[in-house]
Design a protein around this ligand. Structure first.
Ligand code: EPU
Length: 419
């Protein structure tokens, strides 16, 4: 297994291109199951999770071709079986995203039930309840969600909790259902909107994506299309924090600044100068130490849980005390324990972390535990004195395209070495 070696201390400086969003690519690939003709998807990031989703589609008999520019063509007309096996689902929970499309288009799905994961229990009860309300017959059997159905029927769905993939699964099911579906308390994340735009490009009738009330008029069938995935706001936010934590100066291209409002507001609060254009963001923190910020995670458009760990890293070296409250996942503080080993002063009280900024962190061998936790350890290592070795970086490769190349391009001392 590879590890990352990072020697901290250099302010980052330069420009980096942001890749397509992982959390939009995954539902869009699943949604390709709904089309009668081939779909072509561009701006797809080169990531382990994307490879897993492609493998999952291929196992079902779907024809998937990838060109050298990561443009993916998916043709579901060759589908042979509606099964998502445990061996793939256990490596990527987002595999559950095939459930809605399979039931809606083929009337059956056997999808392994994802178990708990490093950051929380993450049940899928809302996905299942919504499909049942649309007429699917669903049982949990031998660890699988087994769903059978005729054509789904439109329904009024009031989601118990705001759920991103839950909203996406039900949206994908609703587009082929008979009649109108209303999803109340829907997730408003930009990735939900991107999925809706992709479905609309295939012929779906959807209104209200991006609000908490999505209304879908079911259609008989969807056709093939070509679509480019939106830029990854979490990758972008991570590079902005990399600029801020190293007192550097970074410019990101191929971004959608309006998707990062909650993040840039916090960066400005911590003392950074932030400038934006239609598709770029620039952050300048040269000559300054960041100030601590308080934050509380919540569904979009509030501060994203996927940026919590990165801001925790920032707070560890900022001046003052920062309080971080995680409200989405019950166990998303594993990085705090690793950062303590680098000299961070962090007190944990339930879902709250109180971080007293220190003048400097020192390098230590640390272990990545999940995707965003790993990103936060990379950020801490960029400012720590000495060389930090980060192990289990397969977590990073699930969600950050070529992270060592992009950081090296900004002047970081980073290399990937086989363990
Ligand atoms: N929840 C339920 N029942 C359900 C579904 C969700 O109780 O049926 C709860 C969850 O346990 C959690 C909350 O609802 O407490 C919100 O979870 P959500 O369903 O929104 O999370 P998700 O859809 O499984 C997506 C992203 C995550 C991101 C969260 C929150 C994808 C593929 N994953 O997960 O991304 O953290 O939304 O924004 O879109 C990551 O990229 O590192 C990542 C974990």
């Amino acid at each position: 297994m590879d590890k990352l070696q990072i020697t901290g201390g250099r302010p980052l400086e330069g420009e980096v291109r942001i890749s397509g969003a992982k959390n939009a690519t995954l539902p869009i690939l699943a949604a390709a199951l709904l089309a009668e003709g081939p779909v072509a998807i561009g701006n797809v990031p080169h990531l382990q999770d994307v490879t897993t989703m492609i493998e999952l589609l291929a196992r079902m008999g779907v024809t998937v071709t990838v060109d050298e520019r990561m443009c993916i063509e998916v043709d579901a007309s060759t589908l042979k079986e509606c099964v998502a096996p445990y061996e793939l689902v256990k490596t990527m929970r987002a595999s559950i995203l095939v459930l809605g499309p399979l039931v809606a288009r083929f009337g059956q799905a056997d999808v392994s039930l994802p178990g708990g994961c490093a950051i929380g229990a993450r049940p899928v009860n809302i996905h299942v309840a919504g499909l049942k309300a649309m007429g699917a017959d669903i049982h949990i059997e031998n660890g699988y969600v087994r769903a059978r159905s005729g054509r789904l029927k439109g329904a009024r769905l009031v989601l118990d909790t705001v759920t991103v993939t839950g909203t996406e699964n039900l949206l994908m099911a609703a587009v082929l259902a008979d009649g109108e579906t209303v999803i109340e308390n829907a997730a408003r994340e930009p990735e939900v909107v991107d999925l809706a735009n992709f479905l609309i490009a295939m012929g779906a009738k959807i209104q209200g994506a991006g609000t908490d009330r999505i209304v879908v008029q079911g259609v008989e069938k969807l056709s093939g299309t070509r679509y480019d995935v939106l830029p990854d706001r979490i990758e972008a936010g991570t590079y902005l924090v990399a600029g801020a934590i190293t007192s550097g100066h970074v410019r990101l291209k191929s971004v959608r600044p309006e998707h990062l409002d909650a993040v840039t507001a916090k960066l400005i609060e911590c003392g950074a100068t932030v400038a934006t254009g239609s598709n770029w963001i620039e952050l300048d923190m040269r000559g300054r130490r960041p100030r601590s910020v308080d934050l509380r995670t919540a569904p979009y458009p509030a501060f994203p849980t996927d940026m919590q760990a990165q801001f925790a890293a920032l707070d560890t070296v900022a001046s003052g005390v920062g309080t971080i409250v995680e409200t989405i996942f019950e166990n998303r503080f594993m990085h705090m324990l690793e950062m303590r080993r680098m000299g961070a002063e962090i007190r944990l009280e339930g879902n709250t972390a109180i971080i007293q900024g220190v003048e400097r962190l020192t390098a230590a061998p640390v272990m990545a535990t999940d995707l965003r936790a790993s990103a936060s350890l990379v950020l801490a290592a960029l400012v720590a004195e000495g060389r930090t070795d980060i192990e289990r970086i397969y977590h990073i490769d699930r969600g950050y395209e070529a992270i060592e190349e992009k950081l090296a391009q900004l002047g970081a001392q980073i290399r990937r070495v086989p363990n």
